[in-house]
Design a protein around this ligand. Structure first.
Ligand code: GLN
Length: 546
């Protein structure tokens, strides 16, 4: 297949946001991949931020980081987890990024004095972003459009995909529209009108959806399928029901496959319908739903606890760890500020958990609560995993309470004119030289050499790994010898030995901190080694308790 023959699937959403378009897109990607096709996927986000890197987790959920250091929308996490597709800078474009490119071009004079307009210049730039998916090694490119049909800011994106499909022709591209069919409890009825109106909005701008995927809480009846097909102008078999799943989001691909969504997509794109193999995926669901598994409770001590999307990949990776260990995971979400302010007592808050995880973060809010939780885990032999800021807090805790360095802290938390006497975490001069141009953040995949004999090396079963980073501050090497003498192991470093990437404690069942974010590389069928071994260590304490 040549580059010109890359087929395109465009996924739009209607009626309301938060329908799970990312999960639907990721499920379609998985099914097409399992049919033997080479798939690439991207998300176009209509908001004006250049990327979600500067957005608060409260606004946007977690920032998902790719190997090439892009700070992206969390839907890319679904793409990577479901379909195991490596995402990159080409996998996420926003209105801001598109405009930035066009405006830079305008300043350089590339438009030769022409008036620069939304149509055609912005839409052309969007089409260029879509075209980056094309390639000799790509059979099917999937583009998910963020936002909801009818939003003002979505319009240029919808116009761009309309043009794109017009250019490549109907057998080379198709539109999938995800809508909501709400159930009105008082009337005891499912309502198709919002879907009809949403399709109407698309039709007005020249997009006629080929497939309608209907999110619903209650199963659709024959009559609903008929109505939706008739009034939304799609073939009845192309009205697909996507019911809320009972146990896990990983059931979605199986539900869509039962209705042969992938078969229809392939047929419409003139692609051969090859066999679909999902045995391992079915086995995965069986593991999730299996009853009578030992229950392992893990405390996640963070500051964005109220928002379920802020630590999305962490919760998913913990789930993968539980699936790999055949245990039932219970997550106890603890707000580190509540521990810090004394609203809850740390020993009470952590009573009965088998593991403590402290995730990444920025800023000093809740830091002392995290440090208290880590101290409790260290002193009571509770398995601990510290990620990025979580590792940095473990270093601070160890400095203060084991090395006797009173007031030790991260330079990130220095108040003006009041620097910590022991900046055990700091900004390195050496680090400033290697940090990627344009930002002060260490972003993307970096190599890490593991220390032979460490828990980390045992977990990975490897001598060196590549993991994704997103942080500014680093372990301060001036304190390294002192830490090691007091019993901390440097379990992983950059290949030149200069950057401490992993730490652990010897006289503890399992206590590991990593400067990177392992959660981004965990998969349901292949739990990340650190999460797998963390949950395994937590499960082992159950045996001891019994
Ligand atoms: N705030 C810390 C830093 O910048 C940790 C960042 C993180 O946890 N991702 O180094």
């Amino acid at each position: 297949m040549n580059a010109k023959n890359t087929k395109h699937v465009f996924i739009t959403g209607g009626v309301v946001s938060s329908l799970g378009k990312g999960i639907t897109a990721a499920s379609i990607a998985l099914l097409l991949k399992r049919r033997g096709y080479r798939v690439r996927i991207q998300k176009l986000d209509p908001y004006v931020n250049v990327d979600p890197g500067t957005m608060s987790p409260y606004e946007h959920g977690e920032v998902f980081v790719t190997d090439d250091g892009a700070e992206t929308d969390l839907d890319l996490g679904h793409y990577e987890r479901f379909a195991d597709l490596a995402c990159s800078k080409a996998s996420n474009y926003t209105t801001g990024r598109i405009y930035q490119t066009v405006i830079e071009r305008e300043r350089r004079g590339d438009y030769l004095g022409k008036t620069v307009q939304v149509v055609p210049h912005i839409t052309d730039e969007i089409k260029r972003a879509i075209r980056t998916l094309d390639g000799d090694d790509v059979d099917i490119a999937i583009t998910e459009i963020g936002g909801t049909a009818g939003d003002i800011e979505s319009l240029p994106f919808l116009e761009a995909i309309r043009q794109y499909r017009q250019e490549i022709g109907p057998r080379n591209g198709l539109f999938v529209h995800l809508t909501l069919v709400p159930y009105l409890r008082a009337a005891g009825e499912l309502k198709t009108k919002p879907s009809q109106q949403s399709v109407g909005i698309l039709r007005e701008i020249g997009i006629i959806p080929d497939i309608l995927v209907c999110r619903c809480e209650e199963p659709l009846e024959k009559e609903h399928f008929r109505k939706l097909a008739m009034f939304c102008n799609v073939r009845p078999e192309l009205v697909i029901e996507e019911l809320d799943v009972a146990n896990t989001i990983y059931e979605v691909p199986l539900e869509l496959a039962k209705q042969e969504l992938d078969t229809y997509i392939l047929e419409m794109l003139d692609l051969h319908v090859r066999d679909l193999k999902l045995d391992d995926w079915e086995d995965l669901i069986q593991r999730v739903v299996a009853k009578d598994k030992p229950k392992v409770e893990i405390a996640v001590v963070g500051k964005y606890i109220q928002l379920k999307d802020a630590y999305k990949s962490i919760y998913e990776a913990l789930d993968h760890g539980a699936i790999a260990n055949r245990v039932k995971l219970v997550i106890r979400q603890l707000d580190s500020e509540d521990i810090e302010t004394g609203k809850v007592d740390v020993a009470e808050a952590l009573a009965g958990v088998q593991g403590v995880l402290v995730p990444g973060g920025f800023g000093n809010r809740g830091i002392e609560g995290k440090i208290a939780a880590i101290r409790h885990a260290r002193e009571h032999g509770i398995p601990f995993l510290g990620i990025c800021l979580g590792m940095q807090c473990a270093v601070i805790e160890f400095a203060r309470h084991v090395c006797g360095l009173a007031g030790a802290n991260s330079a990130e938390f220095d108040a003006p004119g009041k620097a910590t006497p022991h900046p055990v975490i700091h900004l390195m001069e050496e680090q400033k030289k290697v940090i990627n141009l344009g930002g002060t953040m260490r972003l993307g995949a970096w190599p890490c050499e593991l220390t032979a004999g460490s828990q980390a090396a045992a977990a990975y079963g490897a001598g060196s790994v590549r993991e994704r980073h997103r942080h500014r501050y680093e372990f301060n090497n001036a304190y390294r010898d002192q830490f090691v003498a007091a019993g901390m192991t440097v379990a992983g470093t950059s290949p030149d030995g200069m950057l401490v990437e992993m730490i652990e404690l010897g006289d503890h069942p399992w206590f590991v901190g990593c400067q990177f974010h392992p959660e981004f590389k965990s998969r349901p069928l292949a739990a990340h080694p650190l999460f797998r071994e963390f949950v395994a260590a937590a499960a082992r304490t159950l045996v001891k308790e019994a």
